[in-house]
Design a protein around this ligand. Structure first.
Ligand code: ITT
Length: 198
């Protein structure tokens, strides 16, 4: 039994493999499954985009396909970069520059609300073509200064008050226990167990 994960993001895939390890199923990236569909992420929500990705890969592989659509939502920037997190400032801009830009924009925004969160929607397409979703968040504030080498993407600028460090300064195991992705995938595991039990 296997699960194909519709992502091309290596940082995501590393976390996903660790979170799903105890399922006792083979976890394949879409590349490992030989699927390479044309995917146009033109949804208006994390959920719509997760479903678009999962369905595009499922059309090539069948079986169980999961996809993750996620991003950083910054309240004082009207929710930006949000669903455009991967595309923010263009795919070729480094995260060093993207992260510095978000810190500057938050510093310039009126008020002292630095609240932000990562959001993750997981879509699963089941062998019969039906779709289930889970969605979770990890709350934090935009750091004054980027810090840490762990994780990927915007991890160095999401400061986690209860830990006193950024999301890039905790281990992958710690991050998976509290993160948007960790919690959304744990919830998806419970849904799949419910569907397939008995
Ligand atoms: P796939 O669509 O192939 O899965 P992607 O990176 O394009 O890869 P998304 O459209 O879901 O995926 O964009 C998610 C972006 O949100 C990601 O590239 C990061 O910039 C950011 N992001 C999501 N989760 C994150 C995390 O745990 N830590 C840091 N940044 C994260």
């Amino acid at each position: 039994n296997r699960i194909v994960f519709a992502t091309g993001n290596e940082g995501k895939m590393k976390e996903i493999r660790l979170i799903l390890a105890d399922l006792g199923m083979e976890i394949l990236s879409m590349k490992e499954a030989g699927a390479d569909p044309e995917i146009v992420e033109d949804g208006k929500t994390f959920g719509e985009n997760a479903e678009i990705k999962a369905k595009a890969v499922w059309a090539e592989t069948g079986g169980i396909v999961l996809a993750d659509d996620s991003g950083l939502v910054v309240d004082c920037l009207n929710g930006e970069p949000g669903i455009y997190s991967a595309r923010y400032m263009g795919e070729d801009t480094s995260y060093e520059i993207k992260n510095q830009t978000i810190i500057s924009r938050v510093n310039e925004a009126a008020g002292d609300d630095r609240s932000a969160r990562f959001v993750c929607n997981i879509a699963a397409v089941l062998p019969d073509g039906s779709v289930v979703h889970t969605e979770e968040t990890m709350e934090g504030i935009i750091a004054e200064k980027a810090a840490g080498n762990g994780g990927f993407g915007y991890d160095p600028i999401l400061f986690l008050p209860e830990f006193g460090v950024t999301s890039a300064e905790i281990t992958m195991e710690q991050k998976n226990r509290i993160s948007h992705r960790g919690k959304a995938l744990e919830a998806m595991k419970r849904k799949l167990e419910e569907i397939y039990k008995g």
